[in-house]
Design a protein around this ligand. Structure first.
Ligand SMILES: C[S@@+](CC[C@H](N)C(=O)[O-])C[C@H]1O[C@@H](n2cnc3c(N)ncnc32)[C@H](O)[C@@H]1O
Length: 248
């Protein structure tokens, strides 16, 4: 993985080195670190009331996701991106004024990423997506919503990103938000990912994961004893959200 550290001087870090992982220095690199200079923009995407470009992008993103879901079913974990009730449940615990690091694993087409960036304009958001086509969709979604400067998108497996954090001396995120289909990964790989998430989440931080089954609740509870599970029926397909605090 070709990753780089960026120094981002801003009021949150008061001149501290604030390491964010840059992506491959190719088309998947997106800039973060200018959030404090900009007024939060209202998202123009998604929504039927949006402009034609947004609608086209929305359809393109849906099609990309659907195609990825057909071709790489296990990896994608669904045929349609998450919808608004599930997204709202996923991001609700993150304070709107949060200024720390948030890591999103499995961003898909950016359906959640864009809502998170809009909700938390002062946060450092790093979104990771294994599928390069979907990572590009995420970037386009963010660009259309005017949030591209506030989110770093990397097209890389979450496992590599998490293990690279130590080497780069990255700040531990206060929130890790994941849509990665743990149940499709196989027990050993899912457990290794959960260990990695636990290791890299800040003490007192919150890991938020959704799943379309309860398959991994024991694995999650084994690492995060105080996990709460909330069903979300208003999503297709219905899901459960795990809220898993890391005890300090
Ligand atoms: C169920 S989708 C969720 C997408 C999006 N977060 C949403 O809510 O619509 C899971 C996403 O995780 C991605 N993914 C699967 N395994 C991954 C891994 N090891 N690292 C990073 N992303 C992964 C898939 O490509 C897919 O886009």
């Amino acid at each position: 993985m070709n990753i780089q550290v960026k120094e981002i001087p801003h009021e949150r870090g008061a001149g501290m080195l604030n390491p964010l992982l840059g992506s491959h220095t190719g088309p998947f690199a997106s800039g973060a670190g200018k959030a404090w200079q900009r007024r939060p923009a209202r998202p123009r995407y998604p929504g039927p009331g949006g402009d034609t470009g947004s609608m086209t992008n929305s359809l393109k993103a849906y099609f990309s996701f659907f195609w990825a879901g057909l071709r790489k079913q296990g990896q994608t974990g669904g045929l349609v991106p998450s919808q608004r009730f599930l997204i709202a449940m996923m991001i609700a615990p993150v304070p709107k004024t949060y200024r720390g690091q948030i890591l999103e694993l499995g961003a898909g087409t950016g359906a959640l990423t864009v809502q998170l960036a809009t909700r938390c304009p002062q946060a450092n958001i790093l979104a990771c997506e294994i599928n390069p086509t979907l990572a590009r969709n995420t970037m386009e979604t963010l660009r259309r919503a005017g949030c591209i400067d506030r989110v770093e998108v990397v097209s890389t497996p979450a496992e590599d990103l998490l293990s690279g954090m130590d080497r780069l001396g990255m700040e531990k995120p206060g929130f890790i938000i994941s849509g990665i289909p743990l149940g499709n990964m196989g027990g050993r790989r899912a457990c290794a990912l959960l260990d990695n998430i636990h290791l890299h989440l800040a003490e007192g931080g919150l890991y938020i994961q959704f799943q379309h089954s309860l398959l991994d609740r024991k694995h999650i509870r084994a690492r995060f004893a105080k996990t709460r599970i909330v069903p979300v029926f208003l999503n297709f397909p219905p899901a459960v959200v795990y809220y898993a605090p890391r005890e300090g």
